[in-house]
Design a protein around this ligand. Structure first.
Ligand SMILES: NC(=O)C1=CN([C@@H]2O[C@H](COP(=O)(O)OP(=O)(O)OC[C@H]3O[C@@H](n4cnc5c(N)ncnc54)[C@H](O)[C@@H]3O)[C@@H](O)[C@H]2O)C=CC1
Ligand SMILES: O=C([O-])CC(=O)C(=O)O
Length: 355
């Protein structure tokens, strides 16, 4: 067969024309020639929903750099073609495809192993995460309905706020569709852990990469509960340090929202945290042992149906949900406050789908 014909045939096979593949097309039939070498590469298929946003763009870039990813689908209701064109020029192995608007959502999701959802509006100064509920609940609901239909076995990482409600919304949608698997649905609370590690390292003059702070509860205000008594390496804090650190970790998001002065919330540190968590999920799916991270998941750790705690990630998603371990009096009081607020946020999410 003529080499040009061969290239055109392979390109057509790898890139059906209705995708927004952003390989260069000079009209000569030589477009997407790079895909030939990558077509058979092993790895996971990952979709990012909300890929053109403040989190979505750096998240897409970092996932394109992840060697565990073979196919990266970038979906958004705006600007997906531009972001896809840009990222597809990176000389890493993952193939990138873009999908724009609701009519391409199902195609974006079909066959995915992992779906990451940073779609939705961010906070402005003076707002709580719950103030985002009215808009983001509907977005997460619609996206979850499509996931239930097109990739019901995918692991789902929910970033969209308020996480304490959007994860219960996704669960309720999956239950209604008959596809709910508690092992596969995770609210991303990794940024709380990333912040906690950073702030503890600052106070104790440690390398943040060597610090591990479990953060349990949920992802808003007092529901973010750092367990400073369980920090690794073991640290002895004064009460003043405990109060400073707890307050700073609980309000880390607000610190960024105020500094950004109306232009959004954490995007770069969130993309970093989301990739750290997604990579842990992919390593778990690959079968790596002892992958343990904190996440907001369906849980029996407390009387609440959802709770953030350490989970062990494996071939099926979550292999084990760990309890909170021994707490001191300060943490026990924090847990009671967290549970009170969490109960309302969870119920709000569930009942919004039941209505
Ligand atoms: N879990 C966490 O730790 C964190 C969560 N967040 C949350 O992440 C969300 C996104 O934040 P940013 O990226 O800064 O916002 P952004 O406004 O910069 O980007 C959101 C993107 O979602 C897209 N979008 C809107 N509706 C959509 C739909 N129906 N389907 C697909 N895409 C849709 C928009 O077009 C936009 O590109 C917010 O809800 C924010 O509160 C932010 C930081 C940390
Ligand atoms: O604070 C916000 O609105 C965004 C967020 O969840 C965070 O940065 O932790």
């Amino acid at each position: 067969m003529d080499p040009n014909q061969r290239i055109a045939r392979i390109s057509a096979h790898l890139n059906p024309p209705n995708h927004l593949d952003q390989m260069c097309d000079d009209g000569s039939g030589l477009r997407r020639v790079g895909c030939r070498a990558k077509g058979g590469s092993p790895g996971f298929k990952v979709a990012i929903l909300g890929a053109a946003g403040g989190i979505g763009q750096p998240l897409a870039m970092l996932m394109k750099m992840n060697p565990l990813v073979s196919l990266l689908h970038l979906y958004d209701v705006a600007n997906a073609p531009g972001v896809t064109a840009d990222i597809s020029h990176m000389d890493t192995s993952a193939i990138v495809r873009g999908f724009l608007g609701q009519s391409q959502l199902e195609e974006a999701l079909t066959g995915m192993d992992l779906v990451i959802i940073p779609a939705g509006v961010p906070r402005k100064p003076g707002m709580t995460r719950d103030d985002l509920f009215n808009i983001n609940a509907g977005i997460v609901r619609t996206l979850s309905e499509a996931i239930a239909k097109c990739c019901p076995k995918a692991v789902v990482n929910v970033i969209s706020n308020p996480v304490n409600s959007t994860v219960p919304i996704a669960a309720e949608v999956f239950k209604r569709a008959g596809t709910f698997d508690p092992k596969k649905l995770m609210g991303v609370t990794m940024l709380d852990v990333v912040r906690a590690n950073t702030f503890v390292a600052e106070v104790m003059s440690l390398d943040p990469r060597e610090v591990d702070v479990p953060v349990v509860g949920g992802h808003a205000g007092v529901t973010i509960l750092p367990l400073l008594s369980q920090v690794k390496p073991p640290c002895s804090f004064t009460q003043k340090e405990i109060e400073y650190l707890t307050d700073r970790i609980q309000n880390g998001g607000t610190e960024v929202v105020e500094a950004k002065a109306g232009t959004g919330s954490a995007t770069l540190s969130m993309a970093y945290a989301a990739v750290k968590f997604a990579d842990a999920c992919l390593r778990g799916l690959r079968g790596d042992a002892n992958i343990v991270e904190c996440a907001f998941v369906a849980s029996h750790v407390t009387e609440l149906p959802f709770f953030a705690s350490k989970v062990r990630l494996g071939r099926c998603g979550i292999d084990e949900v760990y309890g909170v371990g021994p707490l001191n009096e300060y943490e026990r009081m924090g847990l009671e406050k967290a549970k009170k607020e969490l109960a309302g946020s969870i119920e709000k999410g569930v009942s919004s789908v039941k209505k």
